[in-house]
Design a protein around this ligand. Structure first.
Ligand code: G3I
Length: 545
């Protein structure tokens, strides 16, 4: 569906009648390329890092406007030493003056949303169509914005001439040629490139996205792509970009191990993009996102929140409440990045609801920070506050006896022999379940009287396992509402190493238009025979400070 370029009234928010939806939740100075002295993590992109900008720094660097000329998000980002970016729709940039005006005013880092993808650059084999991508790069250079190319290798939006009938050598030659040709065309004009995008898919037997590249070239294509990119441009930053890894969990863990292995083998990877396509009822808790950013930064990688948007229509409720919850989601994710040295900055996956990719993928949503009339939404203020390092606060704990100071009072034990005692290796009390007969054996608490529709809420728990080297622990809500199917949605999941207290955390929103028959918190997950201990469980309402 072609996106409408008129600024017509968008569709009214679609109310989900009777549905329950829950899930888990907290200027540039020129962007410079790599420089030998610039540290990988902690480098301040706005200052161009510690080293002088290499000759390949983004051409716009020379015309950098002073911070005092900046306003809005761009000014807040410059003060925070972070990048604030947006994915750019080349057609809207060309044809919609309001779009271009906001892009220039508010952002210092642009990513062509589609224009630098293979199908757009080379729809015909052997011929390159640079004009749309060039227009985005030229706009950026004219407005002292850095540019991230997106994306050289992906299983989607490849040219139709790239066929499964090609031999492995033909695919290898085509891919290497594309990477080399594209990076050489933009040499010195791009701060960074998403080299490989979404190469991991835990649903597949191998754990990798079994794309044409994977099938023809094996997992080694990932390493090859980064080495070919480095050969083509020794200065540009090379990123791996992934969806669904902003929260610690099995996929983020897989990507972490994959990147650690690649880096250990000397593969030239400078950074990771945590895409962060979130919803007002599914975004990372502050502590979880911090820990996730830190562990990638400790690998020496620059971390970007690379594709942030926050759906609001998967929860029923009035627009005002949904948009306030959206504000908090943006504030939390942006605020964590702004206060984590390893996070370089945030790129929103668009900025105007009218042009969100989500509108073309089924049910439209209002996932961005400017409404369909280009008015700033509360989410804009969320980004602004986040860039200023102001994060949402969590209200009082609604869980009864969440610290187990009164033993198992208020809790139900679903399987296993329960013991209460001093928490091993930490303050406070622990509840342990031994002799568990299945992964669903755990602790539950009825929250029907303690949680109502709305939110967002932040969940946090301290858990430990014994009896296996590691095991998954999950927190979830079992919700039953008259007239709808029961739902059990995950608030958080963590692969806990034996004998170590770990935090299980996530944010969520509740939305139902009939009174719930059950809202039950469940802490469970390790397989039968593995002991599960819990030292703390808390749910608090998130609000602006
Ligand atoms: O360019 C053609 C146009 O010629 C044709 O008339 C039209 C017919 O519908 O399609 C146009 O192509 C569309 C393309 O965007 C350019 O507008 C495709 O149909 C459409 O599927 C494609 O959607 C893009 C999507 O990636 C494709 O996978 C979205 O705009 C883009 O925002 C989205 O971005 C991805 C990131 O690259 C990676 N992370 C996930 C993110 C969201 O899916």
């Amino acid at each position: 569906m072609q996106r409408r370029l008129s600024r017509g009234i968008g569709r009214a928010g679609v109310m989900l009648a009777g549905a329950v939806a829950i899930a888990g939740c907290g200027g540039p100075k020129q962007g410079f390329g790599r420089s030998s002295t610039e540290g990988a993590s902690g480098a301040n992109p706005a200052s161009g890092g510690s080293g002088a900008a290499p000759p390949t720094a983004n051409a716009g660097a020379a015309g950098m406007s002073a911070d005092s000329d900046l306003v809005g998000l761009r000014r807040a980002a410059a003060k925070a030493g972070k990048l604030i970016g947006a994915a750019v729709d080349a057609r809207a940039l060309r044809e919609d003056p309001s779009y271009a005006e906001i892009l220039a005013r508010e952002f210092d880092y642009v990513t062509p949303e589609n224009a630098t993808k293979w199908e757009e650059l080379a729809p015909t084999s052997g011929e390159y169509a640079w004009s749309d991508a060039d227009s985005v790069v030229e706009f950026a250079e004219a407005h002292q914005q850095a540019v991230k190319g997106h994306t050289l290798v992906w299983h989607r939006q490849n040219p139709t001439w790239l066929q499964a009938s090609m031999t492995p050598d033909e695919v290898r030659a085509a891919l290497k040629g594309h990477i080399s040709h594209t990076l050489q065309h933009y040499r010195g004009r791009m701060r960074a490139w998403d080299v490989v995008n979404e190469a991991v898919d835990l649903e597949s037997p191998s754990g990798y996205t079994e794309s044409l590249f994977w099938e023809k070239l094996g997992p080694g294509y990932i390493e090859d792509a980064f080495r070919w990119a480095r050969e083509a441009d020794p200065d540009v930053l090379l990123f791996y970009n992934e969806v669904g890894v902003e929260r610690i969990g099995p996929k983020a863990d897989f990507v972490f191990e994959m990147l650690r292995d690649l880096l250990a083998r000397g593969v030239p990877i400078d950074g990771i993009g945590l895409q962060s396509h979130v919803s007002i009822h599914r975004y990372p808790a502050e502590s979880n996102l911090r820990a996730n950013i830190r562990r990638f930064a400790e690998l020496g990688l620059r971390v970007n929140i690379s594709e942030l948007d926050a759906r609001t229509l998967l929860l029923p409720g009035e627009r005002e409440g949904r948009w306030e919850a959206q504000r908090l989601a943006f504030q939390q994710v942006v605020g964590v990045c702004a206060t984590e040295p390893g996070c370089e900055g945030v790129t929103l996956w668009g900025f105007a609801d009218e042009y969100s990719w989500i509108n073309d993928e089924g049910e439209p949503d209002d996932a961005l920070i400017f409404d369909r009339g280009y008015a700033a939404k509360p989410a804009y203020d969320g980004v602004l506050d986040g860039l200023s390092g102001v994060l949402p606060v969590v209200g009082e704990n609604v869980i009864e006896n969440g610290d187990f100071g009164r033993g198992v009072e208020g809790w139900a034990v679903a399987g296993g022999e329960v013991s209460v005692g001093a928490a091993e290796g930490r303050e406070g009390t622990q509840i342990c379940l031994r002799g568990r007969g299945s992964e669903t054996d755990g602790l539950t608490q009825d929250l029907r009287e303690r949680l109502a529709s709305g939110g967002p809420f932040a969940f946090s728990g301290r858990v430990r396992i014994q009896g296996a080297s590691h095991a998954p622990v999950t927190a979830s809500l079992h919700v039953e509402v008259e007239g709808t199917e029961p739902e059990e949605l995950q608030l958080g999941i963590i692969e806990a190493p034996e004998g170590t207290w770990v935090e299980l955390a996530g944010c969520f929103g509740l939305g139902f238009t009939a009174s719930p028959m059950a809202i039950e918190l469940m802490l469970q997950g390790p397989p039968a025979g593995v002991d599960l201990c819990v030292a703390q469980a808390a749910i608090g309402a998130l609000s602006a400070p």
